[in-house]
Design a protein around this ligand. Sequence first.
Ligand code: AP5
Ligand code: MG
Ligand code: ZN
Length: 217
Amino acid sequence: MRLILLGPPGAGKGTQAKLISKKYSIPQVSTGDILRMAVAEKTQLGIKAKSFMDKGLLVPDDVVIGIIENRLKDDDSKRGYILDGFPRTTAQADALSKNLKKMGAEIDHVIDIEVEYNELLKRLTGRRTCRKCNEGFHILFNPPKKEWICDKCGGELYQRDDDREETILKRFKVYQEQSAQLKDYYGKNGRFFSIKGTGGVKGVFDRIISILEYDNS
Ligand code: AP5
Ligand code: MG
Ligand code: ZN
């Protein structure tokens, strides 16, 4: 199964991708996570990407397209994958479609998760992520048992550099200007679904599962 998750910053793409990955044993492919890892390791890619990410801007298309093309060649992608945070521009979507054609594959479902800005702001300012295993938490909506400690692996939790209020607003604007149009891009295709991203993590997951299990379009 090949799946694309669309939605604004904080919509729950990462949270849902992890649950889907576990249920169907296919990898979560998050360009944001790959870029953050490069930033932490201070690689050449990381140093270049950081200047864009800290401002809430998109990393240039050629860079992320290159990352995805390499990642989708990995063995674990053969049975499928969940794209979380890619594509984010029409140029990225075109490149993905070209690459899939070359590999003789296609996307099975595109799911867009919708959440309004005030809720996104609450989600992002309260988000905590595990440095070791990347599990996500929220101080109010999904709190860890111990503050700053991961329930799953005992690792240290951190707050993302781009989760400051002014950067969140910039990311949201960039989403509206450059990424929201992907809903129309994929909306022309019967495999596109838009769902409500509120009502708790489990409620959203149930909506996604019903699409994955019952959509035969
Ligand atoms: P990226 O890491 O992709 O960030 P994003 O799109 O801004 O999305 P987030 O990861 O912030 O949100 P999410 O939807 O994953 O929400 P989450 O599940 O964590 O990208 C970061 C940067 O990298 C970009 O700004 C750009 O610079 C660069 N980049 C990445 N990809 C790129 C690309 N393709 N092209 C160019 N540049 C790229 O949930 C958020 C919080 O809410 C959590 O605390 C969670 O616990 C909580 N929560 C989740 N669901 C619920 C729910 N249903 N109810 C209550 N709380 C919930
Ligand atoms: Mg994410
Ligand atoms: Zn952890």
